[in-house]
Ligand binder design. Structure first.
Ligand code: ZZB
Length: 260
């Protein structure tokens, strides 16, 4: 599986995050959460960045001043893909629990929310897939739509500010079958009530992927008006060129198949 790894820069740490990292980063260090995505063309619609609250993340040095936050498993893979300075080496300078990152302000590249978005908890993030960090696009990802809806409903329970989960969901892609907010349409159509409704969510995801890719048209960005199929590699290229993303591959056998 080849992902686009999106670099989501930390603008402001939580108190807990600050404490965990105290004295462990050089002056002027830039830290990025790294989110693995299959849909770079949807990055305009990012409204938050998900971490698994119980997942342990490492902070890995990629240059004298740059660090990546991801699971150790992902860092190990990256170390054999030329992403770190020395082949096979992926030592973390700090370990941080996802819950300690929740509430941090981060910059999501290409997002319409240019002042930043928040790190929020997603209990269904798999530590065994991608980087363990998931960028949230509730316009086009049913899982993300179900999760942000739930987070806003139970903000106190999750220990977050309601408004962090309520950033505007802007239409990114129009499709003939599901309109311009595919995820909301499918979540409602399949009567999905919770981010834990795994089966209908898997079905919604499959439908959203197919319709978005083969029938979708871009409503925003440099390739507005173009078919998603054509725009996807071009948006990806922009992100790679600007060094806001890199290619991250998941070795075969570690991948959980998309259709289960
Ligand atoms: C942004 C995005 C926008 C995504 C969208 C999907 C969609 P797959 O299809 O199962 O291979 N993801 C990545 N890593 C994880 C993880 N560790 N745990 C849970 N979810 C994860 O999964 C690839 C997609 O699942 C990724 O692409 C990411 O969400 C999420 F509009 O990134 B995506 C219809 C889907 N639309």
């Amino acid at each position: 599986q080849e992902y686009t790894a999106i670099k989501i820069k930390v603008l402001e740490w939580t108190e807990e995050g600050k404490k965990t990292l105290e004295g462990k980063l050089p002056e002027g260090a830039e830290v990025h959460l790294v989110a693995a995505t299959l849909r770079p063309e949807t990055m305009y619609g990012q409204t938050c960045c998900f971490v698994g609250p119980k997942i342990s993340y490492g902070v890995y040095q990629v240059s004298p001043t740059e660090f990546y936050v991801c699971t150790e498993r992902a860092a190990r893979n990256m170390a054999f893909q030329g992403i770190f300075p020395e082949r096979g080496v992926y030592k973390s300078v700090a370990t941080v629990l996802g819950s300690a990152l929740v509430g941090s302000l981060v910059y999501a590249p290409l997002s319409v929310h240019t002042v930043g978005v928040r790190v929020l908890p997603m209990e269904t993030v798999l530590a065994t897939k991608g980087t363990g960090v998931v960028t949230s696009v509730p316009s086009d990802s049913p899982d993300d739509y179900a999760t942000v809806t739930d987070l806003a409903k139970k903000a106190d329970y999750y220990g977050i500010k309601k408004e962090w989960a309520e950033l505007e969901i802007v239409p990114i892609i129009n499709t003939p079958s599901y309109g311009n907010l595919t995820a909301e349409f499918l979540v409602k159509k399949l009567k999905i009530n919770s981010p834990k409704d795994a089966k209908p969510l898997a079905e919604a995801k499959e439908l959203a992927y197919k319709e978005g890719f083969y029938q979708g048209t871009m409503l925003i960005g440099e390739f507005k008006g173009e078919k998603v199929e054509a725009a996807k590699p071009k948006v990806r290229e922009i992100l790679l060129k600007k060094k806001e993303a890199f290619v991250y591959s998941e070795p075969e056998g570690h991948v959980l198949s998309r259709s289960g």
